[in-house]
Ligand binder design. Sequence first.
Ligand code: FES
Ligand SMILES: [Fe+2]
Length: 352
Amino acid sequence: MAVTGGTRTLPWSWYTDPTVLRLEEERIFRRSWQYAGHAGEVPEPGSFTATRVGGVPLVLVRDEEDTLRAFVNVCRHRGSIVCEGSGKRATLQCPYHAWTYGLDGRLITAPRANREGGLDTSELGLVPLALETWGPFVFVSPDPEPAPLSELLEDVPERVADAGVDVDALRFLQRAESELAANWKICAENFLECYHCPVAHPGFSAVVDVSPDSYLLEIGGRRMSQVGPPRPEPRGAYDPAGEVERGQFHLLFPGTVINVMPGRPNLSIGPIVPVSAERTNRFLDYFVAPDAPQEWIDELLAFDGEVGAEDTTLVERVQEGVRSGLVEDGRLLPESERLVAHFQALVVDALA
Ligand code: FES
Ligand SMILES: [Fe+2]
C-alpha cells in the first residue's frame, strides 16, 4: 500500500487484526524511543523500578555511580521476570532460582554454577536497553542502535522552556493509568485532532480556543504538535491565567504524549502502548511548578480528568464501529485532520 497522506483513512481491518499489531510491535515499538518514567522514581543509587516500554518488560535502575540504566527485566536463566514493583537494592535477584545481577546488569552469582560448570556467567548479564533523558523524563528504546532522542524531540524542549516551564524544577504529582478498549492507533489519532473538541469536549472548549483559525496544527518528522490559546474570555471549570500563555499538545511517534496546559507551569507526559489489537494501556505522569497552590492543582486534575473520560468514550465507540467489518475505511478532512493523516502515513511507512 502506498503512502497516501490523503483523505482516505487506513483500512479499518488494521484496528482489529492481531497480525497488523505484531508487525507494528516489531517495526514500530521495537524501534522507537518511548517514555518509560521519570527520574524521581529511581531517586538514589540502588533504586530500581519495574515497568514496561512498548510491551517489553523493563527495569530502570540507578547504579552506584548514579547513572540511570535500563535493562530488559527478563532473567537469562529460564526467562522469569526479575524485578517487581520498586525499591532499593544492592543487587537484583531473580525470584525463581536466585540468579543475582549487579546494578550494572552483570550476572554475579548463579547457585550451583561452580559445581556444575558449563555456564559462562560473563555473557549472561541482563540485556541493556538504550536510555536517554530530557530533564527528569526518561526515554528508552529497544532499538540496539537508535538515532539520538533529540531527533525525535526536535524543538519540543525549547518550546516547553519558552512557555515558562522549567522541566528540571517541576514537582511530580501523580500517575494516572488507564486501559482502553480500543486499538492504540485510535487513541493516538483521537489525540491528534481537535475537530472533535467543540462537539465532544464542551468543558475544554470553554477554556481553550479550538476554532480552526486559532488552534494551530504543526507537523515535524515524527513529532506532531497542536498549539491552542485560551479563549479571550475563558469560562468554565479551569482558570488558564498564568505564565504559560498557550496550551501545547505534542505526540512523538509512535505514542509519547506531552501536554502543557495554559496557566501556571505544568506538564503531563506518558505513553500509549498496545496491549492487544483492541486494547491499549496508557499512563500520564503529571508535574507542576513547585509553588503551585493545591486549589489550582485540584482544578487542573479535575479538568484534565473530565477530558480524559470523554476521550475514553469516544475511542471505545470508534473501536466498536471499525470492528463491524462491513465498512472498509473512513475519510479525513485535509486541514483539520492533517496530523492524523501524517500519523497514518508514518504507520504505513513503517510497515511497508
Ligand atoms: S529463571 Fe531466573 S533464576 Fe531461574
Ligand atoms: Fe479529545
